[in-house]
Design a protein around this ligand. Structure first.
Ligand code: ADP
Ligand code: MG
Length: 696
């Protein structure tokens, strides 16, 4: 079905239709801009400007300047011997200079600069002997080209085989295609911020008229960033609106059952757990459906919160589903919950991909008939055609890849089902807003008492033997060890080689008590190794970064991370969270290979200073910039093309408020501005949300 407004067509056409884009360049452009549409090229924004506006006389130029000169071509001096440059002597009425070309084809130079003609050349001036020269002018043109050459030239991020000159040509052709779009922003905002229309702003970024044009603070840049953030927030607000519209059930909280459960626990709830539980209870007793994100560091005690939410459903005659990202985690949850649910007399089952054939059918039967009140499984519980008798609440644990698309799918599945998404990846507030703006957010920001902190130390890589010796002593005490191996470049294969090599070395010391797990293993193989580690059969687990999030091995008290300087803060924090779960004092050894960059130093020192995941997440954002945070792709945090959260935080909050206001006034985006805002959603490819307007 055709939905995108026709007016956007020129932007969504393949860039290969533009002049100068053959198959080779197409591949390069795709690599560079992430797409093959005209729009992808237009969103590829310059990172720098070269000021070519200065057009002095030769007499006035100085070495080091970038200038655009009007010259008469006087005489050619082809190279006298191999390897020597081709020189062209030029002048104006005030002086002379030499243009220099290395490895140039003589016929090309002759054609570019015929003797006796007047030409425009632009480039950087260098001093040479007594005179001045310009090596390889960046631009050569006729007098008529002066206006085109003497400008602020945008400098783009490039890729191999694509020069700035080639890219500019494509961008200029693309800029010709920019249509005039109906204004979706309020005139009052445009006026207050001093913004112009979308088309002009976008043109300005590619054809800057002043030196500040491409800075994040420039009005043009801010306008486009605001457009993008508004599209993002509006899409989330639409999701939220549609989720809210589907009525939830108003449940009753069974205090007796709750009390019975709490009495089974060998501890009392932290005040953070109590607060979060009140928030969840309030959602579940309200007639709207719950859509809540629970953020809590590893070990902050999310599981008991999940159980209480599940029990809320059960005590109302409904079912609860608890979903983990992997089978191993699903099984671990089942093991944790089993004694509690048995004591409470709540029938439950665990369903994973491993259950096949007759057994699987029997389990599915129990789910659809309602014999099983709590179902623990992987995310496939929702993806497959598994039918529940009456699902009341879905708890999704350790979500890393649960973007807004998946949440939409989920809402299609169960009408009125309360949803609690739990994540152990603390996300800074700004990012939470961009990724989960459709959900309410709860934070477990307090660790259960008595938790020992993990002693974090920095170790230089050349102290490897001491590290191994230290590990030996711990293993002898019965302590288990994680050993995370260098993350080399982006290559899985090289990561693997490094991990294998390290495992082989450690095996020389510790024999078959060393296990290896990496990303290229089959899930069954991985599970088998993890099982051996969990059962204590293996003492040292060498891993690339695939150690399952959330795996709980209390006896593992040592975490060694090689090349810690190559990891992001969030990832180091996640890794360190694997230890510190048992009675023994835990250690995290960050091994580094010097010399360290300033940022790397700061990162490692933050790791030593704090274990607060939220604080670490904020620092990570500061140190890396939103786009760089490792794992942002998986975390469902959207990728922005213009907006830069470090500089445009204020715009994000503005966008959130405005998006809510817009839907309050025009819930179906039917009015004139609403129509224009739909165009905005299509423009930023956030149009899945538009479908929601129909289904409502
Ligand atoms: P996560 O948030 O990482 O899922 P868990 O729910 O697995 O954390 O909890 C980590 C450990 O802390 C578990 O052994 C759990 O029983 C324990 N725990 C949870 N809440 C408390 C509490 N209030 N006091 C003490 N221990 C707790
Ligand atoms: Mg957990």
């Amino acid at each position: 079905m055709r939905q995108r407004p026709f007016i956007l067509d020129p932007l969504f056409r393949p860039v290969s239709l533009l002049p100068g884009v053959g198959p080779r360049n197409l591949a390069r452009l795709e690599k560079l801009t992430g797409g093959t549409k005209v729009l992808d090229v237009l969103w590829h924004l310059p990172i720098d400007l070269i000021d070519r506006r200065s057009c002095p006389k030769i007499h006035d130029v100085k070495a080091g300047q970038v200038v655009t000169l009007k010259v008469s071509v006087q005489k050619h001096f082809p190279p006298q011997k191999r390897g020597a440059p081709y020189r062209v002597w030029c002048s104006d009425e005030t002086g002379a200079l030499t243009l220099v070309f290395f490895h140039a084809r003589p016929d090309w130079v002759l054609a570019q600069l015929p003797e006796g003609q007047q030409k425009i050349v632009s480039g950087k001036i260098e001093a040479f002997h007594d005179g001045l020269q310009m090596v390889h002018p960046d631009a050569i043109g006729d007098l008529a080209d002066l206006e085109r050459i003497a400008v602020y030239e945008p400098v783009y991020p490039l890729t191999e085989g694509l020069s700035n000159k080639m890219l500019r040509k494509v961008v200029e052709a693309a800029a010709e295609q920019i249509p005039t779009l109906p204004e979706w922003q309020e005139p009052s905002i445009l006026k207050r911020e001093g913004w112009t229309d979308w088309k002009t702003s976008l043109r300005h970024l590619h054809q800057p008229e002043e030196g500040q044009a491409i800075l994040p603070e420039s009005p043009d840049r801010r306008r486009l960033a605001y457009d993008e953030l508004l599209a993002n927030q509006l899409a989330l607000a639409l999701v939220r609106q549609s989720q809210r519209k589907s009525r939830g059930r108003a449940l009753d909280i069974d205090r007796t059952l709750r009390q019975k459960f709490l009495e089974l626990l060998p501890f009392t709830l932290t005040s953070a757990q109590c607060r979060v539980m009140e928030e969840i209870d309030a959602d579940m007793t309200a007639p709207l459906r719950m859509l809540r994100l629970l953020q809590g560091d590893v070990g902050s005690g999310k599981t008991v919160v999940a159980v209480m939410a599940l029990l809320n459903a059960v005590s109302n005659g409904l079912q609860g589903a608890l979903m983990a990202p992997t089978e191993i985690l699903a099984r671990q949850h089942a093991e944790t919950l089993a004694p509690w649910l048995e004591a409470l007399g709540v029938p439950f089952l665990c369903l994973t991909g491993r259950d096949k054939g007759k057994k699987r059918e029997a389990l599915l039967q129990q789910i659809v008939e309602g014999a099983a009140k709590i179902v623990i499984g992987t995310h496939s519980l929702f993806q497959e055609t598994i039918l529940f008798q009456a699902l009341g609440v879905a708890v999704i644990d350790e979500q890393h890849r649960f973007g807004v698309h998946q949440r939409l799918k989920l809402s299609e599945k169960g009408k009125g089902v309360d949803v609690l998404v739990m994540t152990a990846t603390p996300i800074p507030r700004t990012l939470t807003l961009t990724a989960y703006g459709d959900m309410e957010v709860s934070r477990l920001d307090e660790k259960p008492p008595g938790r020992k902190s993990v002693d974090t130390r920095l170790i230089a890589a050349d102290h490897l033997d001491q590290m191994i010796e230290g590990v030996r002593k711990e293993i002898e005490k019965g302590i288990q060890v994680y050993w995370v191996c260098p993350l080399v470049a982006e290559s899985e294969v090289m990561d693997l080689a490094a991990a294998e090599e390290r495992a082989a070395l450690l095996q020389q010391f510790f024999g078959d008590r060393v296990g290896l797990v990496h990303g290229q293993m089959k899930p069954e193989e991985k599970d088998a190794v993890m099982q051996r580690f969990m059962q204590g059969a293996c003492a040292v687990l060498v891993a690339t970064t695939v150690i399952e999030v959330g795996v709980n091995v209390p006896n593992a008290a040592i975490m060694v991370i090689e090349h810690a300087e190559r990891f992001g803060l969030a990832q180091l924090h996640q890794l360190r969270g694997r230890v510190g779960r048992g009675a023994a004092q835990s250690f995290c050894f960050l091994m580094y290979d010097g010399p360290l960059s300033e940022t790397a130093k700061e990162r490692l020192s933050i790791m030593r200073q704090t274990e607060d995941g939220f604080l670490i997440a904020e620092k990570d954002l500061e140190l890396r910039g939103a786009g760089d945070i490792l794992g942002t792709k998986q975390s469902g945090v959207p990728h922005f093309r213009v907006a830069d959260l470090e500089h445009h935080k204020d715009l994000l909050e503005m966008a959130r408020d405005e998006a809510r206001l817009i839907l309050h006034r025009d819930p179906k985006l039917e009015q004139e501005r609403g129509q224009n805002l739909k165009t905005l959603l299509y423009l930023f490819e956030r149009d899945q949300a538009i479908g929601l307007l129909k289904s409502g």
